[in-house]
Design a protein around this ligand. Structure first.
Ligand code: ARG
Length: 455
């Protein structure tokens, strides 16, 4: 027991299992041991531990770590409050009384905050590398589809033709912003709370600079009270997961729509599809659906933590233990979803000529006709109106734009000539785009080249 002598009775069994975080914070064991080792080295450097005692502690902690790794000792959640107390108890069993010196000048409050920050830094690096992997697979697919025409939408109404490559590159941009957010959170997490004690530091001459350096942090935190109660960096982390999942969910939704019979544009790989137990013909996009579905949980995790923290007076309150399940769950879900999405993108097949005929002369080229009029010196508002009449005429005759004769065009405005009809050609529609950031295949190719250099 960590606080033994002040109490007459031991904690109620059910109260212990209600309050234990061991079942989920066991995944911090390695980080906790790293923190303890750095702390012990520091205690040696200020003369609180002899080198003999430190060696005992270091080898004892190493032993606990390998016992957990080899499952030869696994702490029981009915016995311990958390992984931190379990490890200390095990160390005591292994090395005896010397273990009692390890917790000098330390509280679990700064200990847990330091361990979580170490865990988070690793997790941020993992999310970054999984984001890059997904970017690469999107780029690989995009390279083959610079000229694959699809309808672009606004309001889910057909708007203007674009290419599949251009569409995929939009997601590459989103992932880049996710990486920027991850980098921001890395800086926030990269501060060492160790040596803050329970809330107000220590009367012992702890060398916080040393533990911060040894653990690879940028610097020790400035204010002990803040350090043990700060969960902003976790909220930031959860927010990266929220936005990341939001974007993956949009991509999932699009892939699901594209794989319908109605769109008939992509086929999901068998590796990421499932069948129906009833309908033999079905091939369902379950993995994409689950990415979309799990997004809700990740939103919930964010809400859960901001709600937990909002009314807590400084500094540490046990409520803060509730930070871990949302944190681990959001990380697992986002990391898994990035990986699954990479798999999906790598295995879809594309019906690349699906829209060529359908979009040739389609109403989605109407804006290009308005631009043609602008080049004839017609004010845009006026040309918008003229093209509106062209569309109306075509619609009333159930024709596409390229099925209208020059006479019919001229009946709306004399300015039309043969060259106007060139804008109805879908093959050249993308090439006619001239602005930076447009789906022009030349520009998309140079974007792809830049991304490949960058990644
Ligand atoms: N398991 C606790 C947590 O995760 C560790 C800190 C406990 N501190 C305390 N004063 N009871 O927050």
């Amino acid at each position: 027991m960590l606080w033994g002598s002040r109490f007459n009775k031991k904690i109620d069994d059910e109260a212990l299992s209600f309050s234990s975080s061991l079942s989920f914070d066991i995944r911090l064991y390695k980080h906790d041991i790293r923190v303890s080792k750095a702390h012990a080295d520091m205690l040696l450097s200020i003369g609180i531990l002899s080198s003999e005692e430190n060696i005992k502690i270091q080898t004892g902690l190493q032993k606990v770590q390998s016992e957990i790794e080899n499952s030869t000792w696994l702490p029981d959640p009915n016995e311990f409050e958390d992984i931190h107390s379990a490890i200390e108890k095990r160390l005591t069993d292994i090395i005896g009384e010397t273990a009692g010196k390890l917790h000098t000048g330390r509280s679990r409050n700064d200990q847990v905050a330091t361990g979580v920050r170490l865990w988070m830094k690793e997790s941020l690096i993992d999310l970054r590398s999984k984001s890059i992997d997904l970017q690469k697979s999107l780029i690989q697919l995009a390279e083959k589809h610079i000229n694959t025409i699809i309808p672009g939408y606004t309001h889910l109404q057909r708007a203007q033709p674009i290419s599949l490559a251009f569409h995929l590159l939009a997601y590459v941009e989103m992932l880049e912003r996710t990486k920027n957010r991850l980098a921001h959170v890395f800086n926030e997490a990269n501060v060492s709370p160790l040596g803050s004690g329970a809330l107000a530091g220590s009367t012992l001459p702890l060398n916080r600079e040393k533990t911060s350096n040894d653990l690879g942090f940028a610097f020790p935190s400035n204010n002990a009270l803040d350090s043990v109660s700060d969960r902003d960096y976790i909220v930031d982390f959860l927010n990266v997961c929220v936005i990341g999942m939001m974007n993956l969910s949009r991509l999932s939704e699009e892939l699901i729509i594209w794989s319908t019979k109605e769109w008939n544009f992509i086929r999901m790989g068998d590796e990421y599809s499932t069948g129906s137990s009833l309908m033999p013909q079905k091939k369902n996009p379950d993995i994409a659906e689950l990415i979309r579905g799990k997004t809700g949980r990740v939103y919930g995790n964010y809400n859960s933590l901001i709600t937990t923290v909002k009314s807590l007076p400084l500094s540490y309150n046990r409520d803060l233990q509730e930070d871990k399940e949302p944190l681990f769950d959001s990380y697992d879900t986002f990391s898994g979803s990035l990986k699954m999405m990479k798999g999906i993108i790598g295995t879809i097949s594309i019906n690349e000529n699906r829209f060529v005929d359908e979009l040739d002369g389609d109403f989605s080229l109407a804006t290009d006709l308005a631009d043609w009029l602008v080049m004839k010196n017609i004010p845009f508002r006026k040309s918008h109106e003229i093209v509106g009449q062209v569309v109306k005429l075509a619609e009333s005759q159930n024709k596409k734009l390229n099925e209208l004769s020059l006479e019919e065009l001229k009946s709306i405005d004399q300015i039309f000539d043969e060259s106007a009809k060139e804008v109805f050609l879908i093959e050249t529609a993308l090439l006619r785009k001239s602005t930076f950031g447009s789906p022009n295949p030349v520009m998309v190719s140079s974007q792809l080249k830049l991304w490949k250099e960058k990644l």
